[in-house]
Every structure is written in C-alpha cells, then in structure tokens.
Design a binder for this molecule. Structure first.
Ligand SMILES: Nc1nc2c(c(=O)[nH]1)N[C@H]1C(S)=C(S)[C@@H](COP(=O)(O)OP(=O)(O)OC[C@H]3O[C@@H](n4cnc5c(=O)[nH]c(N)nc54)[C@H](O)[C@@H]3O)O[C@H]1N2
Ligand SMILES: Nc1nc2c(c(=O)[nH]1)N[C@H]1C(S)=C(S)[C@@H](COP(=O)(O)OP(=O)(O)OC[C@H]3O[C@@H](n4cnc5c(=O)[nH]c(N)nc54)[C@H](O)[C@@H]3O)O[C@H]1N2
Ligand code: SF4
Ligand SMILES: [Mo]
Length: 713
C-alpha cells in the first residue's frame, strides 16, 4: 500500500441549517477532498448549498478547539489561552459553577443555549438534562431572538409549543410568505432542503408564491408576486386579510375550531384601508391576495424571522395560523400539515407543552416561557446588584454578544462576571470571556439523528448518520461533557439533590445518545428501527405528510382549537395604540439580512465562504442616500437608541425607501482582539443597534424595524 492513496466514500449530514441535507464525502488519506449532496436521501434529494461543502472546513479548521483551554490574563493586560487536560478543566468548571451557586444561590448562575444545540443529538438528549439539573431560573437561549412567538401560539392554540403545522410545499398551489427568505436560509420551522427546485416544481404546476418583505430578496425575486411592506406593519396586513375573509364570507373552518365569532369581531376594525396607511401595501392588493388565497385549490401562509422577531410577532403568528385554519387549509393536503416523525417528541411528551408566566425575571419582571426568560433581560440581570444577581455564566454553543440585542453592553457585562465557562468549539466574541472553554467534537465526528428537524420537515423521513470520523482519544463528545459538568457540579453543591435523584441523573447521562435513539425508535409507532436506519444511512422515506390528523393530534384539554386566545386578543389593543400617525422623516427602520454563504455569527474564518464580493454593507435606498447627501460606498454612522456603528453603505432599490438592512453575525473586531474564528471579514454587528426594550408580548426581541438614523461618518 506504500505510496497509494486510500480513498473512501462516506455518508454524512450537514448541521449548518434546518434543511439537514444528506452528504456524500470523499475522503483521501483522512482528508475530505469533496462533499456532494446525497441523491439517495429521500428528503434532500442530492441538494447541497455552499455551506454544506464548508463542513470540511469546520472539521479541518486549525482555529477550532479540540482540547480544553483556560484563559490566562497576562500581566501586560493581554489575554492568552492555554490548553489543559480534561480532568482539570472539568474540575475548574464544576468549582466555578458550584462556587457561584453555593455562595449566591442557584439563580446566580445563568445559562445560554445557542442555535447549534438544536443541530446536535447529544445536546438534545444530554445538554437539556444537564441544564435542568442546574435548576437556575436564569435560563436563556436563542429562542427569544427567534421563534418564541411560534412556540407560544402553538401552545395556546394546539396545546403544545412544538405542535407546529408546516407548509406542504410539495403539493400546495399557493404559498404565502411573510418575512422569510428561504432562497438564502433554506427554510426555517419548515425543513425543506432543495427549496429552489421545490419552488420550480410549484411554479411548474401553476402554483403561486407571494412574498411580503421590505426587501426584494432572493426569494422575492423568484416569487410570482412580491409586495413591499413597511417593517413591523405585517400584523395590520394579516389582520386585514382575515377581515376580508370574514366580510366576504370566505371562511370554511373545521368543526373543531371554537370562538371564530370573537376573531371576526376582533379583526373587524382592521380594514385593508387602515392596513394600507400603516404598511404601504395598497388595500386593493390586500383584498385581492386574501381572495386568491381563499380561492386557491390549496394554500398555505407562512411567516418567519421578519415577522417573528418583530414587535407583534405573536399576533402575526396567530394570524398566519388563522389564515390557514379559516380557509380550510389546516391539516389538509397542500396546506399547513402535521408531521409524523419516527421519534415523535411532541406526541410522546418527550418535549414539554410549554408554560407561561410561572415566574418572572428579577429586574424587569418579564414572564418566562417554557422555563426560559427572554434573553433581552440577561444583561440587566448581570449588571443589577441585589439578591439573585447573576454572577456566573455557562454558554452552550452560542454567541449572544453578536446575536442578542445591545450586544456591546452585554459584552461589557459578561466581562465583569465572577466566573464563566463555555462549551463551544471556538473562541468567539462571547466565549472569549470564559475562564474555561470545553470543546466537544464537531459534527463530522459524532453520530446524528435529527430529533428536531424531522418534526418540522415537509416530508416524513428518518435518518441516522454514524460519525464520519472517529474522535481522537483526547476529545470528548458533547454528551460526555454535559455528563461530567452536571455530575461534578452536583457533587460540589452545598444543598445537594436527594441521592436517588443524583443516581437517576447519572444513569440518564451515562447512556449514549445513539442508544437512546434506538430505544426511542423501538418504543415508537413508526415501525422503523435503528437497524433499518443503519442499513439505510441515506435515510428511510416514510411518505408525504398525511391529512386529517386533527383533532386527534391536538394537545389541548378540550381537543379543540381556541381560535381567539384572550392573551393574543389583549395584544390587539397594544397594536392599535402603536398605530403610527406619521413616521419621523429623519428616521429609518433597520431590518436584518441572511446570505446563502453566512451561518449566523460563525464560519467567517473559512475562505470558501468569505471570498468574493463583500456583503456586510448597510443596504439603503438611493433616495434616502440622496436626501442625506451620502454617496454610495461611503462609510456611514448608524445610530439607534442604544448604540452606534460605522459601516459602508450600498445603494440599492431592493430595499424600500425608509428601510435600511444589515446582516446579523458580523462585527467580529471587538476591542482590537483577533478572535480565532473572527477572521478578517469587515462589518458591524447589527445587534449593537437593536434594543432590548423592544419586545413582542411573548418576550421575543423585536430585532426588526428598529428606528435608526444614518449620517455620513
Ligand atoms: N439582529 C438579528 N439578530 C439575530 C438574528 C437576526 O435575524 N437578526 N437571528 C437570530 C437567530 S434566528 C438565531 S438562531 C441566533 C443565533 O445565535 P447564537 O446561537 O447565539 O449564535 P450562533 O452564531 O449560532 O453561534 C453559535 C456558536 O456555537 C459554536 N458552535 C458551532 N457548532 C458547535 C457545536 O457543534 N458544538 C458546540 N458546543 N458549539 C458549536 C460556534 O462557536 C458559534 O460561535 O441569532 C439571532 N440573532
Ligand atoms: N444561509 C443561512 N441560512 C440560515 C441561517 C443563516 O445564518 N444563514 N440561519 C438559520 C436560522 S438560525 C434561521 S432562524 C433561519 C431564518 O430563516 P428566514 O426567516 O427565512 O431568514 P431571513 O433571511 O432572516 O428572513 C427574514 C426576512 O424577513 C424580512 N423582514 C425583515 N423585517 C420584516 C418585516 O417587518 N416584515 C416582513 N414581512 N419581512 C421582514 C427580511 O428582509 C428577510 O428577507 O435561517 C436559517 N438558515
Ligand atoms: S442547505 Fe446548505 S447549510 Fe443547509 S443543511 Fe443543506 S447543505 Fe447544509
Ligand atoms: Mo434561528
């Protein structure tokens, strides 16, 4: 074999977005030399985007941590990192966490869970258990800068926070999209790999895709129709559509829906004419779209980040559910349908239904949802002295300094903590403050089964992907890290949990995630076993989504849907009170942006994804630039209530006049420190401008539609 190259082909899975594409990797002498989409995968059908190929970069990345590191504050004020052994690292972390709890109480420890946790089997099977064992009320996650309104509405209407109908994209004839850009994001709360082709198929069968977005996005450009809508004004448009449906008598709701008269009453005031004044969408267009939606053979409304991270995210998600429901498109082919995953975490109660306002945050008294507080309060809980003040922080795969509102101030607050530990594969803008970082194996080195994304997929499939690479001896999987941190911290607590509880925790955390998947499949109803999945690593097709699963699948006590939850109706008063009289002429509304080659706040150190034209600029309409005497390409100062950033501006008619757009996840150069993953991409963090006091009623941050001013630098 001397001198010969050993070439292997292995199947993998991409964990960089919710599309969870199946991959075929070519590996030569241990190096990944090519990554393609797997044509045999029944869900992703061979699709892959530029990020899928970059999975190899994460694996190879010399910047990626493979062994624990401890922060060393040097006498000259600079910071260095020193590799330490696992045993020492676990002890340091357990000492720090238990120390804060013993001295100041359990709520002195805050925990933040970031997005990649949803993409790791071990985080779902073991991470959540570890977090629970630490019993703090100061639990935060990316949920409250993302999909919290969906979860609240699912909880209120269907009885479970994750009983969320997904668009039956492969069969619908009318796809109505508010504030989502699946051509760049590849779908969210709708696992839909190969969106571009699925859309082509939709259009080939004479289907419509109608998009409402303040920017003419990649998705808007391939839509059959795009409407500019003023940021934050979607609830007016959505409620006006409902008003039209009721007024025209176009409603055909299912028998298990209650209180529709209350909905009709509540929306009566929200006429298309009133919506036009607030949103800029002509009343005639709102009427036409509503009528065409109702008349379509099948239709489904869908809304994502642009309407979730908005001041009325909950109202929007409620109205979107209602558009589907009142037109008879809920639980129907081509409409909004329920999935039947092989591991039904929702139906089997593995995931809680959600609960609201069981306790509140200490400083601002904001209600919890599902045991979590809105991350918009994290900074003040760290900074405000008194009983229950946060003294220590544990982050799991997150970067709140770049991803949550007023990140700059959070950054400073985190810097002042007594102790911080992170479970993360990089030193990022947040984890740079950690005393110790514990890095788990990366995605290609661990087994994967998508416990979350099969629940949200446009087709029922199941897939188990064994690790592509063996882990090195001195690496740890995330679940092994969670076990050690949980057990060693528990052992150090002065107020120990009862012995039986601790033994149970040990047993629970000592079973590997893959074994758990096998057990969950065996005890489920799908008939699929882990042996089947190991035989078919490309995935097993369980068929298209099935209709008529309601009302049986509802988890409400009555097994009926309350279409008019008092909680949501009450927020309509706040909506009316917020009706803008006339916008201030100097003010612009800031919205976000995702690009195909970006992955939230990380992956900016891979050449593969960062070469080519820069894309960090503030997008602004030429008329708005002219009105301020600003030239295209110049550096501008963007100012909001909480902060200011400098960034280059780019003129484009793709944004509405009065609207500016910055992508999130940029702005890596902080305090002049070069971070291992921060790379060289320029740009500013949009979350140095977003405002933690702007919130939806759910507690979700209103990141979209933040008032800013723009001036020449
Ligand atoms: N203004 C604005 N802000 C936003 C958004 C927006 O649209 N606009 N979007 C929001 C949304 S939807 C989300 S989900 C959040 C994301 O916010 P976060 O989840 O806080 O941040 P990410 O950028 O996803 O960072 C995840 C970190 O996890 C680490 N990581 C990656 N893979 C692994 C792994 O396998 N294991 C471990 N342990 N660590 C890993 C990387 O170091 C990375 O820095 O941002 C939110 N913030
Ligand atoms: N390439 C890539 N893919 C990703 C990610 C990534 O970072 N990069 N992140 C992943 C994550 S964590 C998530 S949650 C999903 C998000 O998935 P999407 O929600 O599809 O992604 P966004 O691009 O944020 O789309 C939000 C859209 O809302 C628009 N918008 C902003 N404000 C408003 C408003 O007030 N009203 C309306 N109607 N529209 C508005 C924006 O212009 C934007 O086009 O993407 C996932 N996929
Ligand atoms: S669409 Fe791209 S990033 Fe998302 S799972 Fe597929 S290959 Fe990965
Ligand atoms: Mo997200």
């Amino acid at each position: 074999m001397l001198g010969m190259t050993v070439t292997e082909t292995k199947l993998g899975v991409c964990n960089l977005c919710e599309a969870v594409c199946g991959l075929v990797l070519t590996i030569e002498d241990g190096t990944v030399t090519s990554i393609r989409g797997n044509p045999d995968d029944p869900l992703s059908r061979g699709y892959i985007c530029p990020k899928g190929t970059a999975m190899a970069d994460v694996y190879d990345d010399p910047d990626r941590l493979r062994r624990p590191v401890r922060r060393v504050d040097r006498p000259d004020g600079s910071v260095g990192w020193e590799e330490i052994g696992w045993d020492e690292a676990f002890d340091l972390v357990a000492d720090g966490l238990a120390g804060a709890i013993n001295e100041h109480g359990k709520d002195a420890l805050a925990i933040y869970l970031g997005n990649p946790n949803a993409h790791s089997l071990g985080s779902l099977t073991h991470g959540i258990a570890m977090v629970k064992s630490l019993r703090t009320r100061n639990k935060y996650s990316a949920t409250s800068v993302d999909q919290l309104p969906h979860q609240l509405v699912g909880h209120l209407m269907y009885g479970h926070q994750l009983l969320l109908p997904v668009p039956d994209l492969d069969r619908t004839s009318y796809f109505l999209v508010f504030g989502a850009n699946p051509m760049a994001s590849n779908g969210s709360l709708m696992t839909v790999p190969d969106f571009p082709n699925r859309l082509r198929e939709l259009k080939a069968r004479d289907g419509q895709m109608v998009v409402f977005d303040p920017r003419r996005t990649e998705t808007a450009k391939v839509a059959t129709e795009h409407h500019f809508v003023r940021p934050g004004s979607d609830p007016w448009v959505l409620l006006a559509m409902l008003q039209v449906l009721f007024e025209d008598g176009l409603t055909t709701p299912p028998a298990y829906a209650d209180n529709l008269e209350a909905v009709a009453d509540a929306v009566a005031l929200f006429t298309p004419e009133r919506a036009e004044r607030v949103s800029g969408v002509p009343a005639a267009e709102i009427r036409r779209v509503a009528r065409e939606f109702a008349a379509a053979e099948s239709a489904v409304a869908y809304g994502r980040i642009g309407v979730s991270t908005a001041p009325f995210g909950t109202v929007c998600q409620w109205a979107i559910q209602l558009l589907n429901l009142v037109t008879g498109n809920l639980d129907r082919i081509g409409g909004a349908m329920l999935t039947e995953p092989a591991i039904d975490g929702v139906g089997r109660g593995l995931i809680g239904r959600g609960h609201y306002d069981r306790f509140r945050s200490r400083v601002r008294e904001l209600p919890e949802f599902g045991g979590e507080l809105p991350v918009s309060v994290l900074r003040e809980e760290i900074e405000t002295p008194g009983e229950g003040q946060v003294r220590a922080l544990l982050t799991l795969a997150g970067n709140p300094v770049l991803s949550t509102p007023d990140g700059a101030r959070l950054d400073r607050a985190i810097g002042g903590l007594d102790f911080m530990a992170s479970i993360d594969i990089y030193i990022n803008e947040t984890t740079r403050h950690a005393d110790v970082i514990l890095p788990p194996t990366s995605a290609l080195e661990r087994d994967q089964y998508d416990l979350v994304f099969h629940v949200l997929a446009v087709r029922n499939t199941a897939r188990f992907t064994p690790a592509v690479f063996d882990k090195a001896r001195d690496q740890r999987h995330d679940w092994q890290i969670y076990r050690e941190v949980a057990l060693r911290t528990a052992a150090r607590l002065r107020k120990k949990a009862p012995l039986a509880k601790r033994l149970k925790l040990r047993a629970q955390l000592s079973t590997s995630p893959s074994l758990l998947v096998g057990m969950l499949l065996r005890t489920g109803k799908s008939g699929v076993t882990i042996t089947d999945l190991r035989k078919h690593p490309e995935g097993v097709d369980l068929g298209p989504l099935r209709p008529d699963l309601l009302p049986e699948r509802l988890q409400t006590k009555s097994q009926r849907i309350d279409t008019a939850p008092a909680f949501v109706l009450a927020d309509l008063d706040r909506l009316v009170a917020s009706e803008p009289v006339s916008p201030k002429p100097s003010e612009l509304l800031l919205i976000g942006r995702r690009h195909k080659q970006d992955c939230n706040s990380w992956m900016h150190n891979t050449t593969r994804l960062t070469r080519g034209r820069a894309r960090h600029q503030l997008l602004m309409h030429p008329d708005d630039l002219a009105a301020r005497d600003i030239e295209d390409g110049k550096t501008v100062v963007v100012t909001s209530r909480v902060g200011r950033v400098e960034v280059e501006v780019q003129a484009t008619e793709d944004v509405m006049p009065g609207v500016v757009s910055l992508p999130h996840g940029y702005g890596h150069q902080r305090d002049g420190v070069r971070l291992s993953q921060a790379a060289t991409v320029p740009g500013a963090s949009i979350n140095d401008l977003t405002d933690p006091t702007l919130l939806d009623v759910s507690g979700n941050a209103a990141l979209s539609g933040v008032p800013v001013t723009v001036a020449s630098a």
